[in-house]
Design a protein around this ligand. Structure first.
Ligand code: F6R
Length: 608
């Protein structure tokens, strides 16, 4: 969840580190710090709060001269977000400074051991034990000290190490936490995320778990866990600097909402050739597909809700039972999963700790794993049997938007492809679905364009203490995502219910003026949802409906209506979610919230 960055070269490290931290801030923004080696001494500057505070304190890095350094932006796990708990942490002898992303699970006994040996601790973090272990094991050879130190650690770590005795040298270690090396000319970098590297280099080395690297301005040596130097391929980074910037939008979230037509097109277009879907990395034969008795989808948060919506398409088209299970529950359950299960793992970041753990659990029971992931080279992408990338480009806003819609369309492609191979689609159904699929990018654009009235609607709803989102079937899946978007960025309590369930309890909460957002885009069930709209209105609710253009029945019943273009039910979530994302955005804006960096959250949840 934290962001780490490192630089070694002939330039000034601090401004580069600060720039990198600004790009990584979405991974955590409780506190930030840098450590720079200049004239044989490590200088550390850190602040609680955002990277902007660190820039101010260091005069944009000018106050911290030196050409080797490490930086960190934190999402607090152990210890409050204070200056002292901020990284980098420094050894008692001042020789080492480190930054760490992850969690050290056995830090408590190690801390006891180090205290007994006379080391003093400044912070409450789990990380600080690492720097004292380095000091303890250092006998003039950093590589050995690093290896002895990590051998003592249990947990996850992307680690950057700076030593005052080795100017120009950095060590970077990866275990269950993302770490990428940036290969430059006369300078080299590491970062927890390629977005911090794209301004400086397009060449990257993706470390695997257990590997570590020594970086100098002249080169990078990667070692395996036994300390043997190994060859690693250099990959090309396809993301652009522009894609990682706001490009004139007030917020990354708004930019990413607007990018959805292009993102969805990028996910679909390369996979449709000659009127057929070709899933390059999941090209199974009908026999192989027949061997799966069920599909389990696992994910967290919005990705889980994308799975809930995708389940309808998979079950309806393929006629295979599909279960959607939260990764944080699946990992500790006793799931009925075996070699006849296809596990579909959804993750924008590809680094979500619970999702990785659920995937490992299911794999140990024999499941085959198909990952649907956005970030190239991420842990989930690398460890699945097959990976379908969503090709959404960098998603910086903490609240996912294009990550979600691209996951959805990949699930739709998958459902159509599997159904066709299993002979479950009537002849004319496949081309009809494909036609809708290819129209989706344009229809998403229409859904955006049709909703220019949303800022005004947001003014009506922004001061409500609580919002209800209802829908049936595919509409319920969208309502779940709509409520999550509203909660996380506007901090308004929002809950989603299957519309038919209201009368089994929740309707007791409906009072005069309670806002109810009703999604009515499932052509088979819209009438049923209208009955529920009538029920809540009879109890005083104010209803904002999401419906297809020209749906007169809804206009007659709801207080306000947001329209989307008409499309078949199965793919309707990809359109219905658009106004809900925009509504959450404008409500949050109305309430003056920090939209891209909502409180208590961070992108890429790499802790349990
Ligand atoms: C909500 C949101 C989160 C993520 C969840 C999974 O807007 O972004 O709920 O969807 O943390 O993240 P990934 O997809 O990276 O595994």
């Amino acid at each position: 969840m934290c962001g780490i960055v490192g630089y070694t070269g002939s330039g000034q490290a601090a401004p580069l580190l600060l720039e990198g931290l600004k790009r990584l801030e979405y991974r955590g923004y409780d506190s930030a710090g840098i450590a720079v080696l200049g004239d044989g001494e490590i200088t550390v500057e850190k602040v609680s709060g955002k990277v902007a505070g660190l820039c101010e304190k260091t005069r944009d890095g000018a106050a911290v001269p030196g050409s080797t350094g490490i930086g960190h932006t934190r999402w607090a796990t152990h210890g409050a977000p204070t200056d002292t708990n901020a990284h980098p942490h420094v050894s008692n002898d001042g020789r080492f400074a480190i930054v760490h992303n992850g969690i050290i699970e056995n830090y408590a006994p190690l801390r006891e051991e180090l205290l007994a040996r006379g080391y003093t601790f400044e912070s409450e973090t789990d990380t600080e034990i690492i720097v004292h272990l380095l000091e303890m094991y250092y006998e003039g050879d950093i590589k050995t000290a690093v290896m002895k130190t990590v051998a003592r650690l249990e947990g996850s770590y992307g680690l950057g190490v700076l030593c005052s005795e080795r100017p120009g040298t950095l060590f970077a270690v990866k275990e269950a936490s993302p770490l990428i090396l940036g290969v430059g000319v006369g300078e080299n970098y590491f970062a927890s995320d390629v977005t911090a590297l794209v301004s400086y280099t397009k060449n990257a080395i993706y470390l695997d778990d257990g590997e570590f690297a020594e970086l100098t301005p002249g080169g990078i040596t990667v070692y395996d866990c036994s300390g043997r130097a190994i060859e690693k391929p250099v990959s090309r980074i396809t993301w652009t600097v522009e894609a990682a910037e706001k490009g004139g939008y007030a917020h990354f979230m708004l930019k990413e909402i607007m990018e959805q037509p292009a993102a969805v097109r990028a996910a679909i277009a390369p996979r449709v050739r000659d009127g057929e879907i070709r899933l390059e990395d999941f090209d199974l034969t009908p026999e192989e597909l027949h061997s799966f008795r069920k599909i389990v989808i696992t994910a967290c948060g919005s990705a889980y809700y994308a799975g809930c919506a995708g389940k309808y398409a998979l079950e309806s088209l393929c006629r295979i039972p599909v279960e959607v299970v939260l990764a944080s529950e699946l990992r500790y359950g006793d799931p009925l999963i075996d070699e006849q299960t296809l596990l579909i793992v959804l993750s924008q970041s590809g680094e979500t700790a619970d999702t990785i753990a659920a995937m490992k659990e299911c794999r140990s029971r024999g499941a085959k794993v198909l990952a649907v992931v956005n970030v190239v080279g991420s842990t989930i992408a690398k460890s699945a049997d097959w990976t379908l990338y969503t090709w959404a480009g960098p998603e910086i806003a903490v609240a996912t938007t294009k990550g979600y819609t691209t996951q959805l369309v990949v699930l739709y492609l998958l459902a159509m492809d599997i159904a066709r191979k299993l002979g479950k689609l009537e002849d004319d159904r496949y081309p009809a679905l494909l036609y809708d699929m290819l129209r989706l990018p344009r229809l998403i654009q229409n859904a955006i364009d049709m909703n220019s009235g949303l800022p005004a609607l947001a003014k009506k709803y922004h001061s409500s203490p609580s919002l209800f989102f209802i829908g049936r079937n595919t509409d319920w899946a969208v309502a779940l995502e709509g409520a999550l978007k509203m909660k996380e960025i506007s901090y308004i309590h929002a809950e989603s219910y299957a519309a038919g369930e209201l009368k089994h309890g929740t309707i007791a909460l409906i009072e005069e003026n309670t806002p109810v957002i009703a999604v009515c885009c499932n052509e088979h069930l819209a009438d049923k949802t209208i009955s529920n709209i009538v029920e809540v209105k009879a109890r005083g609710a104010r209803v904002l409906a999401v419906a297809f253009r020209e749906d007169r029945k809804i206009v007659a019943q709801a207080n306000d209506v947001i329209f989307i273009p008409r499309i078949g039910t199965l793919f309707s979530p990809a359109l219905a979610v658009i106004p809900l994302q925009l509504l959450a955005y404008y409500v949050a804006r109305e309430n003056g919230c920090d939209i891209d960096k909502p409180k208590n959250l961070a992108k890429s949840v790499t802790v349990e």
